[in-house]
Ligand binder design. Structure first.
Ligand code: BES
Ligand code: MG
Ligand code: ZN
Length: 471
């Protein structure tokens, strides 16, 4: 796609955007013949043709709509009209849109091209596809396009990896992708295999990996800005490539969904891509503890007591609570070895958070008011919402063990997402600005591009907006 500030005399393809209010006015003046056929409601598309051109009239809904809703409309338009769209100079008529709103529209057009497997065959990825828009300067249009493309590249990479079936995302396949990504974007890339992890004492991570047929890959990716005094974000993404539950085996009914247990990691990967392409003036240290949670004769057992990286001992009472084990070492490794301004982990961590919030928001836990409020605000703006839950010390009583410093589950059938967060807090090494996002309900679910549950891309826009606006 190209964005160009111009307007020719004739177009074979026009996208004309209307809010309900804008349509009310326009229909009386220019469109009496179709006044009752279109109303401007959100997602409505009416195709008008004459000898020379096809006009896609696109409804945005009420003029009070939020910016992310423009993106939603564009996503759906892109998804549903893709077979009809031509690679031809296309005029966009929407003089009431400001720059930010236009940006959301373009982002949506690109994000809506995603299907699995991603092939970029959609007309919008064709360099010959020109969008002509008169209401913003060429400079602004250039900025809009680079931002939209960076986001689309980040979010679709996130979706693609999450959607891959388990046999196509074994640790070595993901590792070679990450290695290439590091080369492409000039990230510093470090990976610890099982032997190295043993030397380092990453015992909580290794307890999960020991049952795997694949070597450990505790991965660290660093993005550095050249801007001085920039903030540093430590990001930890749960990267369980498939979660069988281990010896505490999951029920078979929905087990195939557990290919999505790397949703925290894919959100981080998408954010790294965005940051690199946009040269966002922050530093990012990303830790991705990569493994599967397999059932095998070497797998860890309920009752095992293991020693985590920070020296705390953990009694494993349920091997299906593996996410908190690998995140424990991810968090304390990052906190002990790097100086970061913010420490944020993202994880498809608990069924409890799914039962609580469904696909409406992620469950957030944080020890810092400022970070908490920023995440809530960014979540509201991007529609990748989070809701704050407590980290009160009374919850810590439930993870006290008789044989270790902590146990990995509480025996009570309540509030496991809070329990898990409280568990993770013990591995943040008192980092003053930590947030944990349990995204089990939002990373993988219903989408406009797949019949079954699929990757939503949750987390990329949330983190991209957060780092971009955190000066
Ligand atoms: N990966 C799951 C959490 C999950 C559930 C993600 C549903 C996406 C959708 C996690 O490892 C897990 O198995 N959690 C257990 C913890 C329990 C054993 C305390 C759970 O939530 O059932
Ligand atoms: Mg599990
Ligand atoms: Zn899991």
């Amino acid at each position: 796609m190209k964005l160009i500030n111009k307007k020719n005399k004739n177009y074979t393809q026009i996208f004309q955007l209307f809010t309900e209010e804008a349509w009310e006015k326009a229909k009386k003046k220019h469109h009496k013949n179709i006044a009752t056929l279109f109303s401007g409601k959100k997602y409505e598309v009416f195709i008008q043709t004459d000898e020379d051109s096809i006009i896609y009239m696109i409804g945005l809904g009420k003029s009070t709509l939020q910016n992310f809703e423009i993106q939603q409309v564009a996503v759906k338009f892109s998804q549903t009209q893709k077979d009809k769209l031509q690679t031809a100079p296309t005029l966009i008529l929407a003089d009431f849109l400001n720059e930010k709103q236009f940006e959301e529209f373009i982002k949506g057009l690109l994000l809506g091209t995603y299907t699995y497997p991603f092939d970029r065959k959609h007309a919008f990825w064709n360099p010959q596809f020109e969008i002509h828009f008169e209401n913003l300067s060429q400079k602004k249009l250039d900025a809009v396009l680079s931002k939209a493309e960076a986001l689309a590249n980040g979010q679709t990479a996130c979706q693609e990896w999450l959607n891959k079936p388990a046999n196509l995302k074994k640790p070595d396949i993901l590792s070679s992708y990450l290695k290439n990504l590091a080369k492409k974007y000039d990230f510093k890339y470090t990976v610890f295999n099982r032997k190295k992890c043993e030397e380092l004492g990453l015992g909580a991570y290794l307890s999960v990996n020991q049952g795997s047929a694949y070597d450990a890959a505790f991965t660290i990716i660093e993005y550095k800005t050249s801007v001085k005094n920039a903030k540093t974000f430590g990001l930890v993404g749960k990267c369980v490539l498939f979660d069988t539950g281990g010896i505490s085996l999951k029920d078979h009914t929905n087990m195939h969904y557990m290919k999505s247990d790397m949703g925290g990691a894919t959100a981080v990967i998408g954010t790294l891509i965005y940051a690199a392409e946009m040269k966002v003036p922050v530093n990012i240290i990303a830790v991705l503890p990569i493994t599967d949670n397999a059932i095998s004769e070497k797998a860890f057992l309920p009752s095992d007591v293991i020693t985590a990286y920070n020296g705390k001992t953990i009694e494993v009472l349920n091997t299906d609570a593996e996410g908190r084990m690998i995140l424990a070492d991810g968090l304390s490794y990052l906190a002990k070895n790097y100086k970061t301004d913010f420490l944020i982990d993202l994880a498809t961590l608990t069924g409890s958070s799914v039962r609580m919030f469904g696909d409406t928001c992620g469950a957030m836990f944080s020890n810092n008011e400022e970070l908490k409020n920023r995440l809530i605000k960014t979540g509201d703006q991007t529609n990748q919402r989070v809701w704050n839950l407590p980290l009160w010390d009374i919850w810590k009583d439930d993870i006290q063990s008789d044989v270790a410093d902590l146990k990995n589950i509480s025996m009570k059938p309540i509030g496991d997402c809070i329990i898990a967060a409280k568990f993770l807090e013990q591995f943040t090494e008192n980092h003053p600005k930590w947030a944990h996002l349990d995204i089990a309900g939002v990373a993988f679910g219903s989408t406009g591009y797949a019949k079954e549950k699929a990757a939503t891309g949750y987390g990329v826009q949330l983190l991209a907006d957060l780092i971009e606006n955190y000066q």
